[in-house]
Design a protein around this ligand. Structure first.
Ligand code: PGA
Length: 256
């Protein structure tokens, strides 16, 4: 089955509101409207940049989605510093990264939290981009496939097949994030194929074949072709290379 690729830019904690507007505008200036038929493009900005970035994209009338990088699963209440899914939805956010390794390692996010966030997003018909990936020590032990597949199972616990179809999984080996050290296409393919097999175990082959599995970790204009040529890699979650319009648009073009 041919899956529609996705290129999601993860801006992380970069770009003030004014800088974010400039970057969104630079991306729009280079973007052709009909690309939206062949690739889903998502800008995952800091919370404050979400609405301004959406305003730019909406003004240009381009098929570019706006995504957040985190959310909280409760609807409202005494949760100082958190942002609910409902708040994101009203800001026209359609996608949300959850379980990024930086959230897991720096902010103590657990598999159970990722699962609750996925369910809260799905309840509002939003697309979770569920990140999984092993550390260098797990890879060196040779248990990376088991480790990543267990993360996938935990993230999808209690999610039915109708909702599962609306999820995207991003494989991001921690040792490749922001390090310039990319997984080889074969290394990335091995894990993305194992993720798809896990999804097939949970939901059946047909649903698993329709779900997108992205690769993330120092994806750039030099390595994108080789990674996208792999059977089970359906796009990218891009950090550093998403902070410049030129490189991000080149990565989008690689999906056309
Ligand atoms: P990177 O980040 O492309 O800078 O390695 C990817 C990510 O963390 O999503």
């Amino acid at each position: 089955m041919k899956r529609k690729p996705m290129m999601a830019g993860n801006w992380k904690m970069n770009n003030t509101i004014s800088e974010g507007v400039v970057l969104a505008q630079q991306i729009c200036n280079r973007f052709e409207k009909d690309w939206g038929e062949d690739v889903d493009v998502v800008l995952c900005t800091p919370f404050l940049d979400l609405k301004p970035a959406w305003t730019v994209v909406d003004f240009e009338n381009l098929p570019i989605y706006i995504g957040a990088q985190n959310c909280y699963w409760e609807e409202a209440g005494a949760f100082t510093g958190e942002i609910s899914v409902g708040m994101l939805k009203e800001a026209r956010v359609t996608h949300c990264i959850i379980g990024h390794s930086e959230r897991r390692t720096l902010f103590g996010e657990l598999n159970e939290d990722v699962n609750k966030k996925a369910k809260a997003l799905l309840a509002q018909k939003m697309t979770p981009i569920i990140c999984v990936g092993e550390s260098l020590s797990v890879r060196d032990e040779g248990t990376h496939l088991e480790y990543v597949c267990a993360q996938v199972k935990a993230a999808f616990a209690g999610i039915d097949d109708i909702d599962a179809k609306n999820c995207v999984v991003a494989y991001e080996p921690i040792w490749a994030i922001g390090t310039g050290r990319t997984a080889t296409p074969e290394q990335a393919q091995e894990v993305c194929a194992a993720i798809r097999s896990t999804l097939a175990e949970l939901y059946g082959q047909e649903i698993a074949d329709g779900m997108r599995v992205l690769y993330g970790g120092s994806m750039n204009t030099g390595n994108v072709e080789g990674l996208l040529a792999m059977e089970d890699i359906d796009g990218g979650l891009i950090g550093g290379a998403a902070l410049k319009a030129e490189s991000f648009v080149e990565l989008i073009k690689a999906c056309l």
